[in-house]
Design a protein around this ligand. Structure first.
Ligand code: RIB
Length: 305
């Protein structure tokens, strides 16, 4: 069973030819309200990859909450431990340009009110997985990680969006997930050299921290460094429409495959393929593939055995 302790947002998405510069106003498409939030996204991606998933998060007392939870409910994510706190649900104001690049402004709303104690009644134990990101108060995530590890659960920490986390806190994660930029930021923060490639940087981080470190590399796929070995997997060749949520797809699918007992290499292949597929459709959650679609894409990809 995977427990996601993290954010739930509404994504207010507007498409535009180019992203506005400071002080500039640009014409946009009709806006859309799409369920999002890194926590909810990762929960849904894991569920669609076939895992049993519980979401522990907070929504507000507004009408946005129902929209934010719709996809999780439809796909059967366990929402029994969800809490309602404060007036507003988290909202991400997202602009996407014609090259599928985006900018995100995040209003945390109820996410800022999530507590580690919200996990008490449903704490993950031996054989379970706890999946964390950086959109709820980090002190609460850290307390959740400590409790889960003490109970024998595996902890995956996605350092997105990046915050400078101290070494002792990183030791509470079994697997650290970053993108290439976050990997470099983390290395600099820890006083470690940034490698000439993402693979070098994750190897340095993994050795220094004594933890598995995995980086997504966009169209280059993903790389993992674990116990002195490095595994690289390719992305699928796709024409990207919207990259929002691709990293969350990767994290959720990786967690699902590992939770199901698959090897790190297999989990990486599935996660990288799922991340690629999610870039081919607009929006975060509506773009997340189901397991059958991931398997089909992997079977048809020339670079996969
Ligand atoms: O990673 C994508 C997510 O980041 C969006 O769904 C948005 O809610 C922001 O939190």
């Amino acid at each position: 069973m995977i427990t996601v302790f993290g954010s739930i947002n509404i994504d207010l998405v507007c498409r535009t030819a180019h992203l506005p510069r400071p002080g500039e106003t640009v014409p946009g498409s009709d806006y859309e309200l799409i369920p999002g939030g890194k926590g909810a996204n990762q929960a849904l991606a894991a569920r669609r990859a076939g895992a049993s998933v519980r979401m522990v998060g907070a929504v507000g007392g507004d009408d946005m909450a129902a929209i934010a939870l719709a996809e999780l409910e439809r796909d059967g994510v366990d929402l029994g431990a969800l809490v309602r706190r404060g007036p507003t649900t988290g909202m991400a104001v997202i602009t996407v340009d014609s090259h599928a690049e985006n900018t995100i402004v995040l209003s945390p709303g109820a996410n800022a009110r999530l507590k580690a104690s919200d996990l008490d009644a449903v704490r993950p134990g031996a054989g379970d997985t706890l999946l964390l990101q950086m959109e709820v108060p980090f002190a609460e995530s850290l307390a959740a990680a400590r409790a889960a590890r003490a109970a024998g659960a595996r902890v995956l920490l996605s350092i997105a969006p990046f915050l400078p986390i101290e070494r002792e806190a990183l030791a509470e994660a079994d697997i650290i997930l970053v993108n290439e930029t976050e990997a470099a930021d983390l290395a600099r923060h820890l006083g470690l050299p940034v490698g000439a490639s993402g693979a070098e940087t994750v190897a340095t981080l993994s050795e220094a921290l004594g933890r598995s470190v995995i980086a997504t590399l966009g169209s280059e796929g993903a790389v993992a460094a674990s116990e002195g070995a490095t595994i690289a997997v390719p992305a699928l060749e796709v024409v990207p429409v919207d990259t929002t949520g691709a990293g969350d797809t990767f994290a959720g699918v990786l967690a699902a495959l590992l939770d199901q007992g698959e090897s790190l290499e297999t989990a990486l292949q599935f996660a990288a393929a799922a991340g690629s597929l999610s870039c081919t459709k607009a929006g975060a959650q509506p773009s997340f593939p189901r397991r059958a679609a991931i398997e089909e894409a992997l079977a048809g990809a020339p670079s996969f055995p």
